[in-house]
Ligand binder design. Structure first.
Ligand SMILES: NC(=O)c1ccc[n+]([C@@H]2O[C@H](COP(=O)([O-])OP(=O)(O)OC[C@H]3O[C@@H](n4cnc5c(N)ncnc54)[C@H](O)[C@@H]3O)[C@@H](O)[C@H]2O)c1
Length: 247
């Protein structure tokens, strides 16, 4: 499937995990991809993978906590490829600093708005689409309130932006993953194994599961979908029914 032929995508958090999988997925579907991350060795490895698979990607240094860095990265993308059709803001993690509300909010929520501000004029020009990575922690209480609340704010952000910019042809959506086996779980394989039991689908997520959802929402297949938060969570929030069946 070549849903992104002649399209250009800007992906943050591109060096590892869900961001890396998103770069590979969008490039495999024909996009020219700007792989943006603070880890430039990591993005170099990802763009080498894309090139080896016959795709097109460039690595760009970008820190989503720094407005000038984000502006420069988006400008470099448009200079390189001439347009921008897809913003995928994936960068982020739980800083796990209880009480550090402002720092987590700046990283998770304001970071996303920096990317949107920089990309928006180009997305209006291309009638493009933005997908933000939230978390199922933003939908239900799973601990670490600063992270969860900052992720929750993304759902309202995309509703408002979808209403404001839908008439200009730009769509905004969130994907909200539950446990995804990325680098953050290195050394915690036993925990991942235990967590399988709380998922009706019997497994934790893989980065590719989330990348597929991001690609769907960014593509023309989702051309009448905007302002939503799509849970990508193996059935976690269906309730405890599958656990009760074990009794
Ligand atoms: N893995 C999970 O279980 C899970 C669950 C729910 C939501 N999420 C969300 O998915 C997204 C990706 O998570 P992951 O597990 O793939 O993470 P990861 O740690 O594997 O990768 C995160 C990437 O972001 C980059 N990054 C960190 N700070 C940055 C900054 N300031 N600017 C630019 N890039 C930066 C890192 O270098 C890294 O390449 C995050 O927004 C996270 O909150 C992950």
């Amino acid at each position: 499937m070549q849903r992104f032929e002649n399209k250009v995508a800007f992906v943050t958090g591109a060096a590892h995990g869900i961001g890396r999988a998103t770069v590979l997925r969008l490039a495999a579907e024909g996009a020219a991809v700007a792989a943006a991350d603070i880890d430039t060795d990591g993005t170099a490895a990802v763009i080498a993978e894309v090139a080896a698979a016959g795709g097109t990607a460039v690595g760009i240094s970008c820190d989503i906590t720094d407005t000038a860095s984000v502006d420069a990265a988006v400008a470099a993308t448009v200079k390189q490829y001439g347009r921008l059709d897809v913003l995928a803001n994936v960068a982020g993690h739980n800083l796990a600093l209880d009480g550090e509300w402002a720092r987590q909010y700046d990283f998770t929520f304001v970071g996303a708005t920096r990317c949107i501000d920089a990309a928006l004029p180009h997305l209006i020009e291309s009638r493009g689409s933005a997908v933000l990575v939230g978390s199922i922690s933003g939908e239900v209480a799973l601990g670490t309130a600063p992270y969860a609340a900052a992720k929750a704010a993304l759902a309202n952000l995309v509703r408002n932006l979808a209403a404001d910019h839908g008439p200009k042809g730009v769509r905004f959506n969130v994907v909200a993953p539950a446990t995804v086996a990325t680098d953050r779980f290195i050394g915690k394989e036993a925990l991942l194994d235990e967590l399988k039991a709380i998922y009706p689908l019997g497994r934790v997520g893989q980065a590719e599961d989330v990348a597929a959802a991001i690609a769907f929402l960014a593509s023309a297949d989702a051309s009448w979908i905007t302002g939503i938060t799509l849970p990508v969570e193996g059935g976690l929030t269906t309730g405890p029914g599958h656990l009760l069946n074990l009794l």
